[in-house]
Write a protein that binds this ligand. Structure first.
Ligand SMILES: *Cc1c(COP(=O)(O)O)cnc(C)c1O
Length: 474
């Protein structure tokens, strides 16, 4: 590497030029694309100049920089690799949390992903009726499947559930009042706050009840000539326990009918198989929510349903027809790849294949004894792969409990199994080494141990997980 040696007393003169650093990077690793090398060199040199300028005479920088040019090169190399890496990249989810928001929620079934890929790289009849050659309805297929699955009069899909809620509010209640219980004014993930969404949708929020208790008469008292809707919002990511009262959907429907106002439920995470049959809370089963009689129920495509990101609305024909005519619908519409993946997923439900083929359902319904057996077999393989084990390494198969995640079934936890590992340097250091693996591995830290839960790890990823874990234990 022919970078200039440091000779001058001004440490800035010892910095390589951006051009030289770029060339040095490409020489060191020919797989780095030039654009990434040049961006990394630019950032490293600029940052180094800033640090030197800030520390009088560069004394501090010199002390932190015993290796001189080699340090710039190593830094820039790591940065260039980071910049060049595809995003989002595949990771291994060893947290046991099936719907992990930071990890992209539901992984789709291979069949759904293939359907999306086919829609992506070919022409499709997206908006064509092939029978008569005229313009067709892009949502016709999905809407029909949803009607068949839920018994709804009509269905609609858009970009995500937040969009579905905005569209429903704006269509049915613009410039008018929407009544919501104070116990349901939730924030779901950093940027989705119900009061703010309502404001942007052009409706006026009327809060009723208190955080822990809302009665039917609170809703009734709030209804006036300006009221357009009673909105029920699933609390999703938290639970209220103790001295609690909330009004059920059926009661709201009765009240709405008396006063001629819409009743809408934002269910968040909806399922199309009755998880109640498997010992889960039955609250998320869309057909039973609809049976209570609301005008609309909306939910996400990529939570418990296990499909692509989408906002799904099912319910009465008239409000759904009005939503489709709203000009905002165009701005919130679903793209063709997601539509194809959703179609595949809904068809799997209709065929009765969903529990075998939709990853989210398979993971959530995984029998604990199978999970335990897989975890024990994995622990054995790891024990062999990681030999010789250092004196600080220990591991043990333990019982675990994990939430489903993604704002589904709050307060409910799955019985799970994990591999608890004590590694060199402590659990946090081990977790950080695992995040640096390729592909990165995400695990939890519990009681000072690293906890690997295989529930959400696809079989195809097990060898890679094993290899990276064995490496990280040394
Ligand atoms: C998750 C959630 C949303 C947002 O859904 P997206 O599909 O992420 O837009 C809205 N409401 C509730 C109750 C939720 O749980």
């Amino acid at each position: 590497m022919d970078l200039p040696r440091r000779v001058n007393t001004d440490p800035r003169r010892a910095l390589p030029s951006i051009h030289r650093l770029t060339e040095a990077l490409l020489e060191r690793n020919s797989e780095i694309p030039r654009w990434a090398a040049s961006e990394a060199a630019q950032r490293v040199v600029t940052e180094a100049r800033r640090v030197l300028d800030a520390s009088a005479g560069g004394e501090e920088a010199r002390q932190n920089d015993p290796g001189g040019n080699q340090i710039w090169l190593d830094q820039a190399l790591r940065l260039a690799q980071q910049i060049a890496r595809p995003r989002p990249q595949t990771v291994i989810n060893a947290t046991g949390v099936v719907l992990h928001t930071n990890l992209g929620r539901a992984p789709m079934a291979p069949g759904a992903a293939e359907a999306a890929a086919r829609a992506a790289d070919s022409y499709t009849d997206l908006e064509l009726d092939v029978e008569d050659g005229r313009r067709g309805d892009r949502l016709a297929g999905a809407a029909e499947r949803l009607r068949l699955l839920t018994g709804a009069e009509a269905a609609y899909v858009c970009n995500n559930n937040a969009a579905a809620l905005v569209l429903a509010l704006n269509t049915l209640a613009e410039g008018r009042e929407v009544v919501v219980s104070r116990g349901e004014l939730v924030e779901i993930g950093g940027s989705f706050r119900v009061p703010e969404i309502m404001e942007r949708a052009g409706v006026q929020l009327v809060e009723v009840g208190s955080t822990n208790r809302t009665h039917l008469r609170d809703y009734a008292d709030a209804i006036g000539p300006q009221t357009a809707m009673l909105l029920k919002i699933h609390r999703s990511n938290f639970e209220i326990r103790g001295f609690v009262k909330e009004v059920g959907l059926a009661e709201l429907v009765g009240l709405g009918a008396t006063h001629g106002v819409h009743v809408v439920e934002d269910l968040g995470s909806g399922t199309l198989v009755d998880l109640g049959r498997h010992g889960f809370p039955a609250e998320a089963f869309v057909p039973s929510r609809l049976a209570e009689g609301p005008d609309l129920v909306c939910f996400s495509g990529d939570k418990l349903l296990g499909g692509p990101q989408a906002g799904i609305v099912v319910g009465r024909a008239a409000p759904i027809a009005a939503m489709r005519k709203n000009p905002l619908a165009r701005a919130l519409r679903l793209d063709k790849m997601s539509l194809a993946a959703l179609d595949w997923t809904l068809t799997a439900y209709l065929d009765g294949r969903a529990e075998q083929q939709v990853p989210v359902l398979k993971q959530v319904l995984l029998p604990p004894e199978l999970h335990e057996a897989r975890t024990r077999a994995f622990a054995k393989q790891l024990l062999e792969a990681a030999q010789p084990l250092g004196p600080t390494v220990e591991f043990e198969v333990v019982r675990d409990r994990v939430p489903v995640g993604g704002g589904s079934l709050p307060g409910f936890e799955l019985e799970s199994w994990g591999l608890a590992i004590r590694g060199p340097g402590g659990a946090d250091a081990l977790a950080s080494r695992l995040r640096g693996s390729l592909p990165p591995i995400l695990a939890r830290v519990r009681d000072g141990m690293l906890l690997i839960d295989l529930r959400a790890v696809d079989e195809s990823q097990t060898p890679s997980l094993l290899k990276s874990l064995a490496a990280a234990l040394h």
